[in-house]
Every structure is written in structure tokens, then in C-alpha cells.
Write a protein that binds this ligand. Structure first.
Ligand code: DAH
Length: 355
């Protein structure tokens, strides 16, 4: 065996013994690379006689082909083996238990705001919003509230400055003022939102939710108010008949003013809304006081209308059987999980999405 043949055999052996793709790559450049074995053999040809040149060149080419054949077999074997090992390593174990994940719930207050908004929107009310931080003027003065009214007391209202000019709104009624000042009658709006009073017990929290309603047009009267509220209460509680009574009351921003009670009874420890010998107060309302209209630049000879204010949290408690108002705002996940609404499981009378 010539020296050359011996070298070829050694390289073959080396290729066969390669264990992984890194080793095989290194061997490849050692044999076939720019400065590898084959090229260096070819570089020796220059010094040979023309006859020997031919012989030696064909010997190198044969050797090169032999090595290339072994190389391609071994290298594809190694690549296959490594590929299979990787697939095996990355295999997904479908028998593993899934990661636990929790779907969020819609808070009963958000749910009820959506329900109320869709009920009123069906009879032409649009939704308005106002800021939680209000001026004393919009919250009290424009709404005809006298300087010495008890609601203005420091014990009731959260003032944000020493001059008592800025405060956290105590009701959603200032949205009436904002709406009338920025537009022209007629107005037919509802305004849900957060309100604040310095109060805390089982039925009062310092922050709570109200819904304001305002309908101003030519010839609007108490009959329209009654019809509107009657429709709303029936739709909201999903009942055919409702006992409702208007009790004379007083609010500085309405004249006449009334509080509305609905009939209910207790059956099997549960409250049944709609009939019975008991009365539950659910809202305040009245015909908008001419002073309020004047403060809002409305011509009282041409326009008049009604307004109402509803406690949203109270309605949510009644409809969904929740006892303690404070639990609404304790951010207890277990509570929300129990009383909250599945975003994909919409209650029957919720029309916001399905209609
Ligand atoms: N703003 C009143 C309150 O917070 C509720 C209210 C009563 C609003 C009568 C009205 C209304 O618009 O006409 O107690």
C-alpha cells in the first residue's frame, strides 16, 4: 500500500469514528477544506513530470471520491441521529396537567350599569359622563342648593380645598348642569357614575354609584316621568306588573319632588319585588326646578322636564340578593367569583350585546 493509500485509509477510519456533527465538520475541513488534505496533495503536482502529474491527479481524485462517499454516509447518519434525539427531547407531554388560569368576572355594579343603560337607551336616552372631582358650583349652587343646606356640611362632603370650592361630587346631578350648559334642548340623557359622601355602615359606603336621568323638552310633565320609571323598573326586575308609589318629598333641584317606592314581599327568606304589603324606596325624582333651568341658560317659558336619581348599588343588591354594600368594594376575589358575572354568560335581560 502506497503512502497515499495509507493516508486515505486513515482518514476513512477517522470519518467512521466521528461521534457528532461537530467532529464531522472538523474532519470535513481537515480533508476537503481550503487548506485541507486534498488541496495540499494537489499543490504537490507542480513539481512532477507531465506523465506523473496525470497519474497522481487521478489518484487524488479517486481518493477524494472515496472519502466523499464515506463522509456523506457517516454525516447523514449522524445528522439523523441528532435530529431524532432533539425531537425526543422537545416532545410535548400531553399528559401533564394544564396550568391553572382564572377568567375575570364582571362586577355586579358594572353589570347593572350596563343593564340600566341598555334599558334606557331603548326609549331614547343617551349616556353622558362627568368628572368625579367637581366644582361646588356644579354640585350645589347651579342645582339651587342653598348655602346653608346640610348636604354642604364638612361632615357629609369631601372637600378638596380649604375654600370649599372643589369637591368629590356628592351625586350625579351635576352632570345635568354640564349637559345643559354645553348643549341646546331637548335633552334626554342618563349619567351613571361614582359619587362620594362621608358615610360608612352596612348600607352606606364613602364611594357609591348613582344614575342620573334628565329629560327636558317642550311639554314634558309628571305623567312622562311616571311612565318612564314604571317601564324602567319592570324591565330591570324582569316583572310584568309593578306596584309603585310616588311619595311627596323635597330636593332643592326639583319642584315638585317625589321619592319612589316599589312594593315587595318576603317569601322563603327571599325578597320578591313587584307586589306585597311592604314598600322599598329606590329613587328620588321630580320636575326640574326653574332656577336650575335658568342657571343652565334654558328658556323656562319654552322648556321644562323631569329628572331622577337612582342608587345603582342598591338596585344591584336587590336584584342579585347581596346583603352588605361594603362587600362590593372589598376586592375579595371569592366574593367577586360568587356574585360577579361571567363575561361570556350574559343574563337573559341583558341587551347590550345580543340585540
Ligand atoms: N341627587 C339626589 C341625591 O343624591 C337624587 C336625585 C333626586 C336626583 C331627585 C335627581 C332628582 O335628579 O330629581 O340624593
Amino acid at each position: 500500500m502506497s503512502d497515499f493509500e495509507k493516508l486515505i485509509n486513515d482518514f476513512k477510519q477517522k470519518i467512521i469514528e466521528a461521534k457528532n456533527s461537530e467532529e464531522i465538520e472538523n474532519i470535513s475541513s481537515e480533508i476537503f477544506g481550503k487548506k485541507g488534505f486534498i488541496n495540499s496533495e494537489f499543490s504537490k503536482i507542480g513539481i512532477l513530470s507531465p506523465e506523473d502529474k496525470k497519474k497522481f491527479a487521478s489518484q487524488i481524485n479517486n481518493g477524494k471520491q472515496e472519502l466523499a462517499k464515506v463522509f456523506s454516509q457517516v454525516s447523514s447518519k449522524i445528522k439523523n441521529k441528532e435530529l431524532n434525539e432533539n425531537i425526543e427531547k422537545e416532545k410535548i407531554d400531553v399528559t401533564l396537567p394544564e396550568k391553572e388560569f382564572k377568567i375575570g368576572k364582571i362586577h355586579p355594579v358594572s353589570q347593572v350599569i350596563d343593564e340600566i343603560s341598555s334599558i334606557f337607551s331603548e326609549i331614547g336616552f343617551s349616556v353622558e359622563e362627568g368628572p368625579d372631582v367637581e366644582s361646588d358650583y356644579n354640585n350645589f349652587t347651579a342645582l339651587n342648593t342653598p348655602e346653608n343646606h346640610p348636604a354642604k356640611d364638612m361632615h357629609d362632603t369631601f372637600y378638596l380645598d380649604n375654600d370649599m370650592k372643589t369637591l368629590l361630587r356628592t351625586h350625579t346631578s351635576p352632570v345635568q348642569v354640564r349637559t345643559m350648559l354645553k348643549g341646546k334642548p331637548p335633552f334626554k340623557i342618563i349619567a351613571p357614575g361614582r359619587t362620594y359622601r362621608s358615610d360608612s355602615d352596612q348600607t352606606h359606603t364613602p364611594m357609591f354609584h348613582q344614575l342620573e336621568g334628565l329629560h327636558i323638552d317642550k311639554n314634558i310633565n309628571m305623567g312622562h316621568l311616571k311612565g318612564c320609571l314604571n317601564y324602567f323598573i319592570k324591565e330591570f326586575f324582569e316583572i310584568e306588573k309593578i306596584q309603585m308609589r310616588f311619595r311627596p318629598s323635597h330636593f332643592p333641584f326639583t319642584e315638585p319632588s317625589a321619592e319612589v317606592d316599589i312594593g315587595y314581599k318576603i317569601e322563603n327568606n327571599k325578597i320578591v319585588i313587584g307586589e306585597g304589603d311592604k314598600w322599598l324606596e329606590i329613587l328620588g325624582c321630580g320636575m326640574v326646578h326653574p332656577n336650575v333651568l335658568k342657571n343652565c341658560k334654558i328658556d323656562t317659558k319654552k322648556f321644562q322636564g323631569f329628572a331622577f336619581g337612582i342608587g345603582i348599588d342598591r338596585l344591584a343588591m336587590l336584584k342579585y340578593g347581596i346583603n352588605d354594600l361594603r362587600s362590593f368594594f372589598e376586592t375579595d376575589y371569592r366574593w367577586l367569583n360568587h356574585y360577579g358575572f361571567d363575561p361570556l354568560d350574559v343574563p337573559t335581560n341583558y341587551r347590550g350585546l345580543s340585540k
